[in-house]
Design a protein around this ligand. Structure first.
Ligand SMILES: [Zn+2]
Length: 494
């Protein structure tokens, strides 16, 4: 049986004599002892009744000796099997050789298609150290490449497809939210700030509000001491319960450090889902929405006000429950004032624009859609409603603008025409026609203007920072780990 460092260590099977050991380390310990005793491969081979080549295979960690063989080797070398099996490199040189062997047997090295070197006395320690340093750098670049915008967009597209396939409803997350609510004695209705901090305590966390939270974070959890650090300064628009729930959500969901961008995105979606499911408990929200549906007056503003959450949270939560619990297909679009789609979800057949990789986020929304026309609405207080005729049917949407640091965003929820009967605002006379993705819809200028201004103008682009910014890397993309560790150290109890 061969065993390399790259493979997971298998538990011993009934046929094996020895517990699974690190064959490479064992081999190097045998070699080191043999050389210390002044024995050749031939001499050790003769002593254990094996060919020198077989001894060499064992020393190179390519074969794991059975216990009976190990005993013979130990006795030939004048030592014990226990001593051979000690988990310790025999000397610095052997440590280097083992590290090079391991690197060469790893996935990253194999993917390079370069033949491995046979480590021998001919290679100086310095050569081995250089090989190891190069390998470490290749691994680092490999990890960095895995976080390219392309990779992120692919991961995002596949995540959206999963959400659509499940109608954006996740019963296991609903169950976790319910369990927590029950544990702190929630009996129905909106969830108070006190109840949210009870949940944190129930999970073994204390809340600490500090003025110097690292700028790249919304909260920092110290799992070592069971502390959650939150900012003393909450932005006025932000609900003060969400950051607390988001902070302990990862612990409830059993998240481990993300290993890929896809992993990171999935965890973020789960965290946001659980947060919304706690702030708008399923049974209460469904009861509220069902009654509104019965009276044909579903309104996202009413849902927002009933549970004291942001409009975006209410809209997002509506997409969880609309199809699975109310039988209404739905789409959701969050658009920056520049027209760029920031978040999108649909299971009602609406055709969000996509890029070549199938990702919606980052593309530009149709200028005729509610998500864009709402920016021109004069009345920012009342909800904005609109019917839009698309090539594949008519949709009705309701939209609202929320302000953020980076500008204004429209949050839009829409349904196919046949489901508008359940909503307040269906009587609107706002109507628009979109023929997107046809270029003539809104992406090309009217011909009279184009004739006049083409080749007679030169706009200087204000380069958006996002165009040139590298995609955040690291275990927690966008988080400054140095800053976080220093912060934790400074605040940890002594
Ligand atoms: Zn258009």
């Amino acid at each position: 049986m061969t065993s390399t460092a790259a493979e997971p260590q298998m538990p011993p099977t009934g046929a094996a004599d020895v517990p699974t050991v690190d064959a490479l380390l064992l081999g190097r310990r045998i070699r080191s002892l043999r050389i210390a005793r002044g024995m050749t491969l031939e001499q050790l081979g003769a002593a254990i009744d094996r060919a020198p080549s077989q001894v060499s295979t064992i020393e190179n960690g390519k074969r794991e000796p059975r216990l009976s063989m190990l005993r013979r080797i130990a006795s030939a070398l004048g030592t014990t099997t226990d001593n051979l099996l000690v988990d310790e490199v025999p000397n610095e040189r052997a440590g280097l050789e083992i590290a090079v062997e391991r690197a060469q047997r790893g996935a990253v090295f194999s993917a390079l298609g370069i033949g491995p070197i046979r480590v021998s006395k001919a290679h100086s320690d310095e050569t081995l150290r250089t090989i190891l340093a190069l390998h470490a750098e290749v691994e680092r670049l490999h990890r960095e490449r895995a976080a390219t915008p392309e990779e992120a967009r692919r991961a995002n597209a596949s995540l959206r497809a999963t959400m659509r396939a499940r109608d954006n409803y996740f019963p296991e997350l609903e169950a976790q939210a319910k369990e927590l609510l029950v544990a702190v004695g929630h009996t129905g209705g909106p969830v108070s700030q006190q109840l949210v901090s009870d949940m944190a305590n129930h999970l073994g966390f204390t809340l600490h509000y500090v003025g110097d939270l690292p700028h790249s974070t919304r909260s920092v959890t110290d799992s070592r001491n069971g502390r959650i650090y939150l900012p003393t300064q909450q932005s006025a628009s932000r609900d003060s319960r969400s950051p607390v729930v988001q902070a302990f959500a990862s612990s409830v969901l059993g998240h481990s450090e993300p290993t890929s961008y896809a992993d990171f995105l999935r965890q973020r979606v789960e965290t946001n889902y659980l947060t919304a499911a706690i702030l708008l408990p399923e049974s209460d929200a469904v009861r509220f929405l069902t009654e509104a549906k019965n009276f044909r007056r579903i309104s996202l503003e009413d849902l927002r006000d009933a549970f004291a959450v942001s409009y975006e949270t209410a809209a997002h939560r509506f997409t969880n429950l609309a199809t699975a619990r109310l039988g209404i297909p739905v789409h959701f679009t969050k658009v920056h004032e520049s027209g760029t789609i920031v978040k999108a979800y649909s299971n009602d057949g609406v055709k969000h624009p996509t890029d070549a990789l199938g990702a919606v986020e980052g593309t530009t929304v149709c200028r005729k859609w509610t998500a864009f026309t709402v920016f021109a609405a004069e009345d920012r207080f009342s909800p904005w409603y609109q019917y839009t005729d698309n090539p594949n049917g008519t949709y009705w949407c309701t939209s609202r603008i929320e302000k953020a640091k980076e500008g204004e965003y429209s949050i839009t929820v829409g349904v196919p025409f046949e489901h508008v009967k359940w909503f307040r605002g269906r009587e609107t006379s706002n109507r628009s026609q979109s023929s997107c993705p046809d270029e003539s819809c809104c992406k090309s200028a009217p011909s009279d203007l184009a004739d006049k201004w083409a080749h007679q103008s030169w706009p200087a682009a204000r380069t958006p920072t996002s165009l040139l910014a590298a995609l955040p890397t690291g275990t927690f993309p966008g988080v400054d780990q140095v800053e976080v560790y220093r912060f934790l150290e400074a605040h940890a109890p002594v």
